[in-house]
Design a protein around this ligand. Sequence first.
Ligand code: COA
Length: 372
Amino acid sequence: MLCFRPESSKTPVAKLLSASRKRQSLRKHQIITDDREDGEAYHLSRLMRPDDANIVGNVHGGNVLKMMEEAGCIVGTRHCNAENGEHCVAALVRVEKTEFVSPMFIGEVAHVSAAITYASKHSLEVQVKVVAENILTGAKKLANKAALWYVPCSLQNVDKILEVPPPKYASPELEEEGRKRYEAQKTERLETKARSEEVVPPPSNPEDPLKERHTVAFSQSSLIHLVGPSDCTLHNYVHGGVTMKLMDEVAGIVAARHCNTNIVTASVDPINFHRKIKKGCVVTVTGRLTFTSNRSMEIEVLVDVASLAEKEKYRAVSAFFIFISLDKDNRPLPVPQLKINGEDEQRRFDEGQKRYLQNKTKRLAARESHQQ
Ligand code: COA
């Protein structure tokens, strides 16, 4: 008896694989016929709508990070599937320090462009830029740019990391610069990996009205999220952009509770995604203030994961977000100083101060070299 399997009964991965088999010969042909340049870069434009806004009405920093990650994932996945026999999805493993250079407003168009700038044997760097365009005046401004690192994970076995096809570099100097960035991040992340493994979850907090204002406990906040299909890649693991959006949301709640004003994300320190988060897990994203300068706040965000049965618990990601308090005309306001209780908070404050001074020195040096 002939039996037809309806298309709809195929899983998304199966559908994609059968379609890609049909297109494989065509794609090989395209590479040979010099279409490869297109495969290395990606551009997306999207009108910013009210559902992209934060409570002040500007585009939410978390949404910007999510768009950037999507663009990086597309260009990375496309590149890694161009030559490999085995299909894969590019999983986000690291985002370098990123600055929100200028705010983006609802009604503007976000132009997101992504290009591969370096590849090691098993990882690739994608540089992503977001430009905001006011379509009434035509004015354009840089909103954000960042370097994101991806690792190709096999579609058949998510734990198998595939080799990255080497990209073509415009010059040997560009390749050498990329190799130096790769070596530098490798050293830095091995240190943070060791640190993240020793961290214990912060004590559950807090909306206790009796807690003293401007302490760490007063503003500490958590968000609990059940990972559903819409959060996930074809592997059924969470997209890095989804996690970054949740992290930015929690950090924003902490900052707003501390200042009681409007707040914006100014920058995010490098983030390493050490562990995957599977569909069906419960994610607890906790933010706590670690340091305040005169006009900025550093918030540490921890992403802890548990299966529904809570058999396994682990920390998937942690990062530092810098927020600024704003007046009603979007000008920076002084930040209430953080009141420190105990040795742990003091240690975190001192470390935060060190990062603040290092970042400030780097920013000033970059500004000076830009002016020359
Ligand atoms: N940043 C940049 N590159 C990284 C990285 C990071 N945080 N972690 C791993 N890599 C690169 C390594 O440099 C190596 O490439 P190379 O051989 O060319 O140098 C490659 O990935 C494999 O590294 P390895 O040490 O063998 O693997 P690992 O034990 O670090 O595991 C993953 C790698 C991808 C399996 C693991 O980090 C992971 O599952 N991360 C989460 C990915 C994810 O789910 N992203 C979405 C987050 S919500």
